[in-house]
Design a protein around this ligand. Structure first.
Ligand code: ADP
Length: 234
C-alpha cells in the first residue's frame, strides 16, 4: 500500500478517535452542569453520577487500547514468558467475555483436548488475543448466534479456531483486516463502535509468540473463522 493510503487511513483513524473522545466528554459536561444546578432530586443526581462514571469508563478503555497499540507498534512490549496450559488461557478469555456472550444470547460451544496443552507464553497477552477474537465474534453476530471455540494439537503447533455464524467478511476485505485501523464493514454500526485496532493487536501478539493467525469466511452473511497457530516448543 502507498504511503498516501496509509496516511489517509491514519487521518481517518485520528478523526474517529477525536470523535470517540468527544462524545463521552460532551455527556460528562452535560452531567456535571446538571449536577451544579441547585434544585436536583436525589434520583436525578444519582442518574447523572452513573452517567459520568459510565462515560469515564468508556474513555479509559479507549485510552488503554491506544496505549496498548502504540506500545506494540513501537516494539516496546516485553513478553513475560512462563509455562502455561493453553486451555487455561482460552478458558480465562471465555470467562472475561461470558457476560457479553450471554447477554447477546449466543450459543457457545467449547472443544478443548482432555489433557493439558503446555507451552511457553505470556498468559496475559495471549489471553488478550482470544478476548479480542471472541469480542469480535460476539459483536459481529446478531443476537442468538453460534460461537465455537476449538483447540487441537499437531506435531508442532497448538491450533485454536474461533468460529462465528455472524455477518462474515467479503473475500476482497479478508487480506487486509489485520491491518491497523482497517475495518471491513465501514457502514456497519458495529464496526463504527470500534477503532480497527483489535485484530492488529491480535496479529502482533501472536507473531511475538512465534505463531500466526489467519481469517476465513465464505463471504457476507456466512460467518467467520479465525485460526491461531502457536508453536508448542515456544
Ligand atoms: P473493530 O474495532 O472495527 O472491530 P478489529 O481490528 O477488531 O476492529 O476488526 C477489524 C475489522 O474486521 C472489523 O471492523 C470488522 O469489519 C472485521 N471483523 C473482525 N472480526 C470479525 C468477525 N468475527 N466477523 C465479521 N467481521 C469481523
Amino acid at each position: 500500500m502507498g504511503s498516501t493510503a496509509a496516511e489517509r487511513r491514519k487521518d481517518e483513524f485520528l478523526a474517529m478517535v477525536s470523535h470517540e473522545l468527544r462524545s463521552p466528554l460532551a455527556s460528562i459536561q452535560y452531567a456535571s452542569r446538571a449536577l451544579g444546578s441547585l434544585h436536583m432530586e436525589a434520583g436525578d443526581r444519582h442518574r447523572m453520577q452513573t452517567l459520568i462514571e459510565r462515560q469515564l469508563h468508556r474513555m479509559t478503555r479507549l485510552l488503554d487500547e491506544l496505549t496498548e497499540v502504540s506500545r506494540i507498534a513501537n516494539g516496546h512490549l516485553h513478553l513475560q514468558h512462563e509455562r502455561v496450559d493453553l486451555r487455561e488461557v482460552v478458558r480465562n478469555a471465555i470467562e472475561t467475555l461470558e457476560a457479553d456472550i450471554t447477554a447477546r444470547a449466543h450459543r457457545l460451544c467449547v472443544l478443548v483436548p482432555d489433557v493439558a496443552v503446555w507451552m511457553r507464553a505470556d498468559p496475559a497477552r495471549l489471553e488478550q488475543v482470544f478476548v479480542n477474537l471472541l469480542a469480535n465474534a460476539s459483536k459481529y453476530m446478531d443476537v442468538g448466534g453460534e460461537l465455537t471455540v476449538s483447540m487441537h494439537v499437531t506435531e508442532s503447533d497448538a491450533v485454536v479456531r474461533v468460529r462465528d455464524s455472524g455477518i462474515g467478511i467479503a473475500a476482497e476485505a479478508l487480506p487486509r483486516i489485520f491491518d491497523l485501523y482497517r475495518q471491513a464493514h465501514d457502514s456497519d454500526p458495529r464496526s463504527r463502535s470500534g477503532l480497527g485496532i483489535g485484530l492488529a493487536v491480535v496479529r502482533n501478539l501472536v507473531t511475538l509468540h512465534g505463531g500466526s493467525v489467519t481469517a476465513a469466511s465464505r463471504g457476507f452473511g456466512q460467518g467467520s473463522e479465525f485460526i491461531v497457530r502457536l508453536p508448542m516448543g515456544s
